[in-house]
Design a protein around this ligand. Structure first.
Ligand SMILES: [Zn+2]
Length: 464
């Protein structure tokens, strides 16, 4: 069969932050880059229930940039619905997906069960998007690879995994496809920060004909020193008041970054040595993966980092639900780190419900808060927040420490793009709220003089 022109289709993270899914069709084969969940606003979450835009059984290969659920979280449904191929990802991404995907299924089963019990589901009976077993089954498809190695897939599509410095295992992908002519595409994936305290910085951008770059913080500039000061001062003051500091944290990477900074602040005398509870079995499992990789001298880890760097001193691990609930009766000062990072679910909800009403306490937001999430509403200063079926008055201090983000800001993203040996023919700006994506597109056009575009959801473009 004569092959048609190679195309790239933006099946998610186009005009929004979540749901990364990019389909490359080349030489009659289909390679899907990332297979994420839509999160945040309800209209976005509803997309998770739409039929996948291509028949899962017609996809030849899936390649992942990293383990975060907005990049990997649809895989259990894809595999259940007929995908038969491999899922190619770095070994650490495989390990982290081993924690995240079954847990995601488990949470969805719990939520469906809760909705049925409380009778608030619109569809009766409520059903999970997928189950814990679907999450476990998806893991069978994984084919782990090393960073800086190239893998050849169906249709002669070669993928090279480059360091992205975002979370453990994260990669930017250099993709070569042969079609009628050789074309090179570069997916930034989620691009980390040159100054990630634990991970080595992103590899420079290689030469590519087409670049797809993320824009989560495409309209921001992080101020690390100010962020660290704000973080330290907020904790020190709340501790002085005898308060409890709740840190909603993404289980993967953010918990490690928070622990790293806490250790330095406590050892430097800027924060008193108070108990630090990590209340999330998933965050604790992830911490073990990080500790293991650090101890084994993994090349993705920054030189000189030791497992002790993630130990703030009085670290207390909370695993069971009973222990977690018992924390509600503990007096401050203490720090509770718990998931989920945008307060959309998980144990952090009952900690927030218990602590938001007391002005001695503080809530520190350390990551991106998507539109439509409770984290975003807290950040925007709403006086009451609904959680667990009731309205809670917000009297605790709410602080946003954006600089702890593990996404590059606008100057860092531009600096990374500038490392490319030549301009691409086109640079697609994805994975950002509309304003952030437009701001990065304009900055790329203005400062690099590149052809930059924010693609539309489900748009398909030729790449020949
Ligand atoms: Zn990510």
């Amino acid at each position: 069969m004569k092959s048609s022109a190679p195309t790239l289709r933006f099946m998610g993270a186009a005009g929004t932050v979540t749901g990364s899914r990019f389909l490359l069709t080349c030489d009659n084969t289909r390679t899907l880059f990332d297979c994420g969940l839509f999160q945040g606003l309800k209209e976005l979450r509803l997309r998770n229930w739409d039929p996948f835009p291509v028949e899962p059984g017609a996809i030849d290969r899936v390649v992942l940039t990293h383990a975060h659920l907005d990049h990997s979280g649809y895989l259990p449904a894809l595999c259940r619905d007929g995908y038969r191929g491999k899922i190619v990802a770095t070994a650490a991404t495989h390990s982290l997906c081993g924690i995240l995907l079954p847990d995601s299924g488990h949470l969805q089963e719990e939520e469906a069960e809760y909705a049925n019990r409380k009778g608030y589901s619109k569809h009766a009976p409520a059903r999970p998007l997928y189950t814990e077993k679907d999450g476990l089954d998806a893991l069978e498809h994984f084919a782990p690879v090393a960073h800086e190695s190239a893998v050849e897939g169906p249709g002669g599509v070669r993928v090279n995994f480059r360091y992205a410095g975002h979370i453990l295992g994260s990669a930017s992908l250099l993709v070569e496809c042969e079609g009628r002519q050789r074309r090179r595409l570069l997916f930034s994936g989620d691009l980390g920060r040159p100054l990630h305290p634990i991970l080595r910085p992103p590899s420079p951008a290689p030469e590519a004909d087409v670049i797809v770059v993320e824009s989560t913080y495409g309209d921001r500039r992080h101020d690390d020193e100010a962020s660290l000061n704000l973080f330290g001062e907020t904790i020190a003051r709340a501790a002085e008041r005898g308060g409890v500091i709740v840190i909603p944290s993404f289980a993967v990477d953010r918990t490690e970054v928070v622990l790293f900074h806490l250790r330095r602040l406590i050892r430097g005398g800027r924060v008193p040595p108070i108990p630090v509870y990590v209340d999330s079995p998933m965050a604790l499992a992830t911490l073990q993966v990080y500790q293991r990789e650090i101890a084994s001298g993994c090349p993705e880890i920054r030189a000189g980092i030791t497992p002790d760097d993630l130990d703030p001193g009085d670290l207390r691990e909370i695993r069971s639900v009973d222990e977690s609930i018992a924390l509600n009766f503990e007096q401050g000062p203490m720090i509770i780190i718990s998931a989920s990072g945008m307060a959309t679910g998980g144990r952090v909800l009952h900690h927030l419900a218990a602590r938001l009403g007391d002005e001695r306490n503080a809530v520190i937001l350390v990551g991106y808060q998507a539109e439509g999430t409770r984290g975003r509403r807290l950040l925007e200063g709403e006086p009451t927040i609904k959680m667990l079926g009731r309205y809670i008055a917000v009297r605790a201090q709410i602080v946003n420490v954006a600089g702890f983000s593990v996404h590059s800001d606008q100057p860092e993203t531009l600096a990374w793009l500038k490392t490319a040996p030549r301009a691409p023919e086109v640079c697609y700006v994805v994975h950002g709220d509309p304003a952030a994506a437009r701001a990065l597109r304009d900055a790329i056009a203005r400062e690099l003089r590149w052809n930059a575009v924010v693609p539309r959801h489900l748009e398909q473009v030729r790449i020949d």
